[in-house]
Design a protein around this ligand. Structure first.
Ligand code: URA
Length: 440
């Protein structure tokens, strides 16, 4: 077995054995294979695909590259939610404490922003003092004591993914169904969860822009998870426009606080409850979808989820007083209003353009390792389907550099399309897919 022969086999569309995949991944992690050979392998996998057995094998090999968190001694069902990434997607910050308040243990290992998509860790780190690097013991104890912990991937959890993801980022091999499947599931399996709910995004602002691609990814994740005995449900959801109104780290935390006080935007809450309902079902909840959603709504409006969020923030070193007075933190130097040039209806509020604007303002990361400006972003005042009068505000840009604000102005303005005819609001939840073994 040689590196050359494995690359050639994949290039020729032949299926690799688990031994070949293990040889390749381990040798790369140990520094025995240069980046150019791994890049060729990744591109061959990207172009030629991998079947279910190879995808499951790649997941296993990546999982085996590091340690697993053992949560088996913690009483209760442990369930995580993971999104494939979008713009304004702050669901995890609401859902994780909400589900913990509902009695489910939520051990959540999240990612950073990359390209135009935001990342849960960057939103959390905009809270002064918040630590996203926990030891496995701290993570374990916090899940046991509070019911929820949210952290970044440490060096010893799936190190193969860390190394390969950064190479994929610079070799245009991110958007590959088997590579995404193995990357996500290896991390989720390392967390020691009993079930997983996936939010697979589709639309302009998603990695998988076409619904068919998103469904293929969801089915690949569910199939691979089933081979690893992890009950998983996937929702295919719309990411043609940002979720909620705010896009940008601290601006999103502010929206999360409103949501946890019962005043969240309609689409954000709809998706949060829909994902939460599936988490409840995976935990064994016996009842209808309406009953499950009602249970979660009562918990949230009663304030328990907000209190749990504060407890989690405090446990991870965050300054809870900043959350009680969010307007006085991360204020940006500039605010620019984008106004409607005509009356009509919003036909489009393009998530990709808004995400790119946030990235250019400094709210995202063009390359892994870039430093983020937590305060900047875009707040939408209008979304697809809304009526608008000429001169009304469509969005506000929050910036710290005048040059950047000027550059993104046409991008944000170009994100909005106004038509004279009424426009239907896009359907948010397009499909729910479960493996045959998961109930509900
Ligand atoms: N998120 C991940 O964790 N991995 C991918 O490959 C893509 C999105």
């Amino acid at each position: 077995m040689t590196v050359n022969s494995i690359i050639a086999k994949k290039r020729d569309r032949r299926a690799l054995s688990i031994e070949e995949i293990r040889f390749m991944i381990n040798a790369y992690c140990e520094g025995q294979i240069p980046d150019y050979q791994m890049s060729a392998f990744l591109m061959a996998a990207y172009l030629c695909g991998m079947d279910s057995r190879e995808t499951a094998a790649l997941t296993q090999v990546m999982l085996d590259s590091g340690r697993r968190i053992d949560l088996a001694d913690i009483h209760g069902v442990k369930i995580d939610k993971h999104s494939t990434g979008g713009v304004g997607d702050k669901v995890s910050l609401i859902l994780a404490p909400l589900m913990a308040a509902a009695g489910i243990k939520v051990p959540m290992i999240s990612g950073r922003s990359l390209g135009h998509t935001g990342g849960t860790l960057d939103k959390l780190e905009s809270i002064p003092g918040f630590r996203t690097q926990l030891t496995a013991d701290q993570f374990h104890d916090q899940v046991r004591d509070i019911g929820v912990a949210m952290m970044g991937q440490s060096d010893d959890i799936v190190p193969a993914d860390k190394k390969i993801y950064s190479l994929r980022d610079s070799t245009a091999t991110i958007a590959s169904i088997p590579l995404i499947t193995a990357s996500i599931l290896s991390k989720k399996l390392a967390e020691g969860v009993d079930g997983l709910v996936m939010d697979v995004k589709t639309g302009r602002g998603a990695f998988m822009a076409e619904p068919e691609q998103a469904e293929a990814l969801a089915r690949s994740i569910i199939r691979t998870a089933a081979l690893h005995h992890l009950p998983t449900v996937a929702l295919i959801t719309d990411m043609s426009q940002p979720l909620g109104f705010a896009a940008g780290n601290w601006l999103e935390v502010r929206e999360v606080l409103q949501a946890l006080q019962g005043h969240g935007p309609e689409d954000l809450m709809l998706l949060t409850y829909a994902l939460g309902v599936q988490m409840l079902f995976l935990s064994g909840f016996q009842g209808t979808t309406r009953e499950a959603a009602g249970t979660l709504q009562r918990i949230l409006t009663g304030g328990a989820a907000l209190q749990l969020f504060f407890r989690m923030v405090a446990a991870q070193g965050g300054d809870v007083s900043a959350l009680q007075d969010p307007g006085s933190h991360h204020r940006t130097l500039l605010e620019q209003h984008i106004r409607a040039g005509a009356s009509g209806f919003i036909a489009e509020a393009d998530a990709l353009k808004i995400g790119e604007a946030v990235l250019h303002l400094g709210g995202g990361r063009k390359h892994l390792g870039d430093v983020i400006d937590p305060g900047v972003g875009v707040v939408l005042h209008k979304k697809t389907g809304d009526a608008v009068q000429k001169g009304e505000i469509l969005a506000v840009i929050h910036a710290n550099q005048a040059g950047r604000a000027k550059e993104v102005f046409p991008v944000v303005r170009g994100a909005f399309k106004i038509t004279p005819e009424a426009v239907k609001k896009p359907k948010l939840i397009l499909k729910i897919i479960r493996s045959s073994k998961t109930s509900a």
